[in-house]
Design a protein. Structure first.
Length: 122
């Protein structure tokens, strides 16, 4: 069982995934700082100094932190965009071309047989 575990861990996909998770965690810290320290103050300038982190509303005893949700959405969009660009760059380096749209389909067999029948009836 120990040998199987060692073989599993030594596989390239597992190691690649581990590296990706570690880099992703580090990248998340960078994106969090960028959103909190750069983007939110910049947006705050245009919307009158509003701090998204402070936007909330209460309903009974519950406090809904809408600003934190907005921050999370901004962070997600940034990370998703960067991942998209990375995948696109890796595909370009591998020589993979984006999928081309399929050529328009010609007439089906049934259509061709109907045309032949019309021609024969003439």
């Amino acid at each position: 069982m120990l040998k199987e575990f060692k073989d599993f861990i030594a596989k390239g996909n597992v190691m690649d995934m581990a590296v990706g998770i570690i880099l992703g965690a580090a990248f998340t810290a960078i994106v969090t700082s960028m959103v909190d320290d750069l983007i939110n103050p910049l947006i705050g300038i245009f919307v009158g100094g509003v701090d998204f982190g402070a936007i909330s509303f209460g309903l009974g005893d519950a406090q809904f932190m809408v600003g934190n949700f907005i921050n999370a959405v901004i962070k997600f969009l940034i990370v998703a965009w960067v991942v998209f660009l990375l995948v696109k760059a890796v595909n370009r380096m591998r020589g993979e071309k984006p999928a081309e749209p399929a050529a328009p389909a010609g007439p089906s067999e049934v259509d061709l047989l109907k045309d032949i029948l019309v021609q024969l009836k003439k």
